[in-house]
Write a protein of this length. Structure first.
Length: 195
């Protein structure tokens, strides 16, 4: 199946997760990307309509993922039950998501950093946890944007103004910035997010 080909830095699905594809007529990566993008457009419309502010909790994090992928994947909105090439051990996901959300709430209350740094660190930690079988980067970028707009009252990021799901130079810049953030250097990721 060509749809199982992944761009550089993407997290492969295990066979059980791959069988969770609802749309069994999909045969290429391009078809899968288009269906996921259509579903994500629906999620964006829902977000624009509802403008949620109670987002820093596991329930909303799962709900957003579900809205983004519910018409494509049976496991949409469910925390992963397998280990991946990135992320915490699967059984730690719910606790680490809760810890992240609690930390972010505290950091906002304490005015610990600028809005961009708070949002980038939130995004980076969510990607590092890697709570779902797939779609983690797209989901974490949405979460960071919601956090900026709906909680910090700051404009959302532009994320390089390109589709990051494909193996482009822009995606490579994003991945390099994430790797720098792994070493507590967030400057590249902030610069990329605002480019």
């Amino acid at each position: 199946m060509n749809w199982l080909e992944y761009p550089e830095g993407a997290t492969p699905l295990d066979p059980d997760e791959a069988r969770g594809l609802i749309l069994t007529h999909i045969t290429t990566r391009g078809e899968l990307d288009r269906w996921e993008q259509d579903n994500i457009a629906e999620a964006l419309a829902w977000l624009d309509k509802t403008k949620p502010i109670d987002i820093l909790n596991g329930t909303f994090i799962r709900k957003l993922h579900y809205r983004m992928f519910r018409n494509v994947w049976r496991w949409a909105g469910e925390f992963r039950l397998t280990d991946k090439n990135i992320g915490v051990t699967w059984w730690r996901v719910p606790v680490d998501v809760k810890t992240l959300c609690d930390d972010v709430i505290w950091r906002v209350d304490q005015h610990m950093a600028s809005p961009d740094i708070l949002a980038i660190q939130f995004h980076h930690r969510l990607v590092s946890i890697h709570p779902f079988p797939n779609g983690n980067g797209r989901h974490a970028r949405f979460m960071a944007d919601l956090f900026l707009e709906n909680i910090l009252q700051t404009p959302r990021f532009s994320w390089g103004r390109k589709d990051l799901s494909k193996g482009t130079d822009v995606r490579k810049r994003y991945l390099l910035a994430l790797h720098a953030a792994d070493k507590n250097d967030y400057d590249q990721l902030v610069e990329f997010a605002r480019s």
